[in-house]
Design a binder for this molecule. Structure first.
Ligand code: ATP
Length: 352
């Protein structure tokens, strides 16, 4: 079932389109993540859904109803911001009760629902505290409880974890994921952190300059990025430029790679660092390459290689074994499995 539909949603500031004819559909219960670099229009999109920013063109429909021109308080949307935005002069209880009081719910119902919401974010017993007496993680939990207590049709989260330190961010991230699953609430989160996006999202929307660059599951975006922009934004990659012909690709430096899929339209190929195989010597299906640098990162070693024609690769391998003794300057063998060669088109055009 569809929860939210954005149809050619656009925000113009002067003649600059901060969001440019963005269309997407969010399913009931889905966790969708808007991901992209600073200034790509993520926050503006979220604010148009919430009603804090007026759309210039296009529409927003929630649960089958066009809400494009509705004021924020009539949209039944829960919003959590990066900076908590709690009312400092109110207790935790009153912060969470705020939306219910605005809706003029009876006192007994408010007590029950606030207690339930605080229980969900593991803050039972904190109701009477002043919100100033809370840690950052606790404040963000209160903000989540405040958004959930109104039983919104959709939960919007604008970089909700970025003000927390690294350890707490992971903790609250896991709690958020568990809570979203438990309640089955349709959720949209904005972030520029790819790890956060990959670990939370059922689907990710990668945005670039106000437009959707690609939508897909974390696995799809990682394995089959539609453009170099997506490939470099999600994970790390080796990018080799050249020309594709049938099931092969020849780099500008003259190295020909076999590919599992036809690459006739590809101008660049992506090879993920962990998909490359190394051997102590060149041989069958292993071409010679010179080691430029080996960096040990605990369980993984990162090996920078240079091939005879000048192509360079970064490879990630499990450390240990023969790789331990390898010094820069040594020649080893490198193999690229054909299925690891992913074609990308010219910038902005989906590859083969
Ligand atoms: P960040 O990750 O830095 O928050 P973002 O992807 O959320 O970035 P937006 O805040 O949506 O990006 O901004 C998109 C574009 O719109 C940017 O170029 C920004 O400068 C512009 N913009 C946003 N708000 C306004 C405004 N009130 N007036 C003019 N331009 C704006």
């Amino acid at each position: 079932m569809t929860a939210l539909v954005l149809d050619r949603l656009t925000k113009l500031y002067g003649d600059h389109a901060a969001v440019d004819a963005l269309s997407l559909t969010v399913a009931q219960g889905e966790f969708l993540v808007l991901l992209g670099p600073s200034g790509c229009g993520k926050t503006t999109t979220l604010r148009m859904i919430a009603g804090f920013v007026e759309a210039s063109q296009g529409s927003v429909s929630l649960s089958g109803r066009d809400i494009t021109r509705d004021p924020p308080h009539r949209r039944n949307i829960g919003v959590v911001f990066q900076n908590y935005a709690l009312f400092p002069h109110l207790s935790v209880f009153e912060n969470v009760a705020f939306g219910l009081r605005r809706r003029k719910r009876p006192e007994a119902e408010i007590r029950t629902r606030v207690a339930r919401a605080l229980g969900l974010v593991r803050l039972d017993g904190f109701a009477d505290r002043s919100s100033k007496q809370l840690s950052g993680g606790q404040q963000q939990r209160v903000a989540i409880a405040r958004a959930l207590v109104i039983e919104p049709d959709i939960l919007l989260l604008d970089e909700p974890l970025s003000a927390l330190d690294a350890k707490l961010r992971l903790e609250v991230r896991q709690e958020l994921k568990a809570l979203q699953r438990l309640l089955g609430i349709t959720t949209i989160l904005v972030t520029h952190d790819q790890d956060e996006a990959m670990s939370l999202g059922d689907r990710l929307v990668v945005m670039h300059a106000g437009r959707v660059e690609q939508i897909g599951s974390p696995q799809q975006l990682y394995r089959e990025p539609a453009s170099r922009f997506v490939a470099s934004f999600i994970g790390r990659g080796n990018f080799l430029e050249g020309t594709g012909t049938g099931h092969s690709f020849t780099t500008r430096n003259g190295w020909t790679l076999a590919a599992a899929r036809p690459l006739d339209r590809a101008a660049t190929v992506l090879i993920r660092p962990e998909s490359i195989t190394l051997a102590p010597t060149a041989g069958a299906a292993m071409v010679p390459a010179r080691v430029a640098l080996v960096t040990y990162l605990g369980p993984i070693a990162e090996v920078a290689l240079e091939l005879a024609g000048g192509d360079r690769l970064v490879v990630e391998q499990a450390s240990g074994g023969w790789l331990d003794g390898v010094e820069p300057g040594r020649e080893i063998g490198v193999g690229i499995p054909p299925e690891a060669v992913v074609g990308l088109g010219a910038e902005g055009v989906a590859g083969a």
